[in-house]
Design a protein around this ligand. Structure first.
Ligand code: MRU
Length: 345
């Protein structure tokens, strides 16, 4: 289902404010780079590919601001890129998109600020359109792994809301449904910020896919009782050896999948694979505010002043991953070798 997660309108970035879903379906408009950075930090826009697309447009906005303020263009844009890079550390698509914009600027040193802005916008549109196309290809590649009647368990939100419009893990579901398969989804609610129950359930429901929300702690019982055919999740960063960083709780789910002999699939674009990180141990894991846990449900849910540990992601070791579904194809086992081949092509 295409969701207009991100659009570029009247020289501004328009985003669904995902913190308000499912109660309110409201768009925010970002006209300055500070607002883009805030939207990423606060998870108004979230999900690795969507963060990358938003950041690419964020650089365009920085260029526009520099022109409007008659500021030192190169310096202003470089500082804005730095600001965007400091928003979230784990989703590698953020850095991938910013690097692409840096390359655009490096090739345009002799051009005027307006020409540079136009080139940045062209690249941002390209990243956006590529993401749409890539997600559809991930869907087609992954849908083949689902039988004609499949029950899938997923974690967090790796759907249209987390990408330009179609998703990665949920692309597999959408493409299977479009191919005439009957797919039912169990969505982990995904504590502490409930991306599963607030976002995955919302977008699947919007598109008429059968979805059932469960608390994260119910996954083991559901795997035993509900004939789950496969688990499909997204990724924020995949190391060269196939270790996968994704939303906290993914690792536990992978262990449960092994215990119940259920295939555990990761669906992600090549831009989520970081060939500079040999293993998952080298992936930086974001730690977020304690209030997400102590005041997560609109009320205080833990004693005042209590110690809290709040990592937003965990790393699933490659041996627990059945396959990684990308736009290039489906990688199994020899991840390093396969990735090196794909990146060398
Ligand atoms: O903290 P979030 O909501 O940005 O975390 C998102 C996830 O963990 C997704 O599974 C991942 O980014 C893949 S999105 C296609």
């Amino acid at each position: 289902m295409p969701v207009p997660t991100i659009t570029w309108e009247n020289d501004a970035l328009r985003l669904i404010d995902q913190t308000l879903l499912p109660e309110k379906y409201i768009f925010i408009t970002c006209r300055d780079v500070g607002t883009v950075a805030e939207a990423i930090v606060s998870l108004r826009v979230r999900g690795a590919p969507a963060i990358g697309v938003a950041a690419a447009y964020g650089v365009v906005i920085a260029a526009q601001e520099a022109i409007a303020q008659n500021a030192d263009f190169d310096r202003y844009v470089a500082e804005s890129i730095q600001k965007l890079a400091q928003t979230r550390p784990t989703a590698v698509n953020l850095f991938w998109a910013l690097d692409r914009q840096k390359k655009v600027l490096a090739k345009a040193t002799d051009h005027s600020p307006t020409e540079k802005r136009d080139r940045l916008l062209k690249k941002a549109h390209e990243i956006f359109e590529d993401d749409k196309r890539i997600c559809r290809q991930i869907g087609l590649n992954g849908a083949e792994l689902l039988s004609s009647q499949a029950t899938v368990l997923t974690h967090c939100n790796a759907g249209g809301l987390a990408t330009a419009d179609y998703g990665t893990a949920l692309a597999v579901v959408y493409a299977a449904v479009e191919a005439g398969k009957q797919v039912a989804v169990y969505a982990d609610e995904t504590r502490p910020l409930l991306q599963g129950s607030r976002l995955t359930a919302w977008e699947l429901n919007q598109s008429g896919v059968d979805v059932t929300v469960i608390c994260d702690s119910m996954a083991a019982a559901v795997l035993r009782e509900k004939n789950i055919d496969s688990i499909v999740v997204g990724a924020d960063c995949i190391a060269k050896n196939g270790d996968v960083a994704n939303k906290i709780g993914t690792y536990g789910l992978a262990i449960l999948a092994k215990a119940h002999q259920v295939p555990f699939y990761v669906a992600a674009p090549l831009s989520t694979i970081d060939m500079k990180r040999d293993t998952g141990a080298q992936i930086p894991i974001e730690e977020r505010e304690t209030e997400e846990i102590t005041h997560g449900m609109g009320r205080q849910t833990a004693p005042s002043g209590i110690h809290v540990y709040n990592p937003a992601f965990d790393v699933t070791p490659n041996h627990l991953v059945t396959a990684i579904i990308t736009e290039k194809g489906v990688a199994k086992d020899n991840y390093t070798e396969i990735f090196e081949r794909w990146f060398g092509e």
